[in-house]
Design a protein around this ligand. Structure first.
Ligand SMILES: [Zn+2]
Ligand SMILES: [Zn+2]
Length: 337
C-alpha cells in the first residue's frame, strides 16, 4: 500500500509498505479522509517540539472498518473515526480517568506513525461509530473534541461570557462547543477574514480584533463592564497567551488549549487580584468525542464549513507547503483517499 512519509522538515516521500496486520485487539481501517491540522504543519515546518523524523503524519481521520479487531458492537464495513491518543492504562493519569494526559501517551501521527496511508491498524478501543455522519464530518470530530474538552475543563455555564482567542480550526470548534454549552461567545483574532467567518458562519455574539488599541475596552463593553468569566486560548501564540489574562473577569478561569514551546509569563498581581484559575487542556477523552458526534448528528455543529481546501492523497506533497501560507485562506485542508 502507498504511504506518505515526512522524511525530514520540508520533505515528503511516498513509500510502498506492507498492509498492516490487525492482530489481537487491533482494528484495521481503510482510510477515506485525513484532515490537516496545525500539528501536521508544524511538524512539516520543523517547529513542533519533541518531534522525530521520519514520521507518517495524520491524526484527524475517517475510514471504513475492515477488521474490527474484536471491538464489541462494531461491524466490518462500517464508517468509523478514532481517538488518536493511545494511553498506557496504568499510570497515575490513566488511573484517575484522564488517559488524555497519560504519562506514556502515544499520539497517532505525532509520537507514532499516523494516518497518511491507505490502511492503518489501531487499538480496537480507539474506535468510534460513524453512522449518520459523512466521511468529512467524521474526520472533523477530533479537532472539535479538543475544543469540547477545553469547554468542559472550564465548566462553562449557560449565560457566561466566554472569550476564545484564535479562530483557527481548534478555536472555531471551541467557540461552537462553548455556544452549545449556553455561553455568549466572543471571538478574538488578528485576522479580519477569520473574524468575519466567526460572525457570519458561526454566529458568535461578538468579535474583537486583538490588534485594535482598545481591544480590552471593547471586551469590557461587550460584557457590560464585567469581562468574560472564561478565557480560552486556542492560539498557542506566546504573546496571545501572555496577554490573555487582561481580558479575564475577577473570579474567572483561564484555559490554555494552544501549546507554546517557550515559557509564558504574566503579571502576578493581575493574576492574583482576580483569584484566577489557570488550567491547561490536553487532547480529549471519549466523553468529548461522543458529545461532538451527538452535536453533529443534531445539526448544532456544521463543521464542513471549515473545509476550505480538498486534495487527493497523491497531491499532498505538492500542496502541503501552500497551507503554511495564510494568504491561501486555509482553515481546514482535507485529504481524500
Ligand atoms: Zn489535530
Ligand atoms: Zn497512562
Amino acid at each position: 500500500m502507498k504511504t506518505l512519509v515526512c522524511t525530514a522538515p520540508g520533505h515528503f516521500a511516498f513509500r510502498e509498505d506492507a498492509l498492516p496486520e490487525a492482530g489481537t485487539g487491533m482494528a484495521r481501517i481503510r482510510l477515506r479522509r485525513v484532515g490537516i491540522c496545525g500539528t501536521d504543519l508544524h511538524a512539516f515546518e520543523g517547529t513542533q517540539p519533541f518531534f522525530s523524523y521520519p514520521r507518517i503524519l495524520g491524526h484527524e481521520l475517517s475510514g471504513e472498518l475492515i477488521d474490527t479487531g474484536g471491538a464489541e458492537g462494531f461491524e466490518p464495513g462500517e464508517r468509523v473515526t478514532i481517538m488518536p491518543y493511545f494511553s498506557c492504562g496504568t499510570c497515575i493519569a490513566c488511573r484517575m480517568g484522564k488517559p488524555n494526559c497519560c504519562t506514556d501517551i502515544n499520539v497517532f501521527g505525532v509520537h507514532i506513525d499516523g494516518g497518511m496511508r491507505e490502511e492503518i491498524a489501531v487499538p480496537a478501543g480507539s474506535l468510534l461509530h460513524g453512522q449518520g455522519l459523512n466521511a468529512d464530518e467524521l474526520a472533523l470530530v477530533e479537532p472539535l473534541a479538543i475544543g469540547a474538552h477545553g469547554v468542559r475543563r472550564a465548566a462553562v455555564q449557560p449565560g457566561e461570557y466566554v472569550l476564545v482567542t484564535g479562530a483557527g480550526p481548534i478555536g472555531l470548534g471551541t467557540m461552537e462547543l462553548a455556544r452549545i454549552a449556553g455561553a455568549h461567545v466572543i471571538a478574538l483574532d488578528i485576522n479580519t477574514d477569520r473574524l468575519r467567518f466567526c460572525k457570519e458562519k458561526l454566529g458568535v455574539h461578538a468579535v474583537v480584533n486583538g490588534t485594535d488599541a482598545d481591544a480590552v475596552e471593547q471586551v469590557k463593553a461587550i460584557t457590560n463592564g464585567d469581562f468574560p468569566t472564561v478565557v480560552i486560548d486556542a492560539t498557542g501564540n506566546l504573546r496571545a497567551i501572555n496577554s490573555g489574562i487582561q481580558y479575564l473577569a475577577h473570579g474567572g478561569r483561564y484555559v490554555l488549549i494552544g501549546l507554546q514551546k517557550e515559557a509564558f509569563s504574566f503579571s502576578h498581581p493581575e493574576f492574583h487580584k482576580r483569584e484566577s484559575t489557570l488550567m491547561s487542556s490536553r487532547n480529549a477523552v471519549r466523553e468529548d468525542f461522543e458529545h461532538v458526534i451527538r452535536s453533529m448528528k443534531e445539526g448544532s455543529i456544521r463543521p464542513q464549513t471549515y473545509i476550505t481546501h480538498t486534495v487527493a492523497f497523491d497531491e499532498v506533497p505538492a500542496q502541503f507547503e501552500s497551507w503554511l501560507n495564510p494568504a491561501t485562506g486555509v482553515i481546514k485542508a482535507m485529504v481524500h483517499f
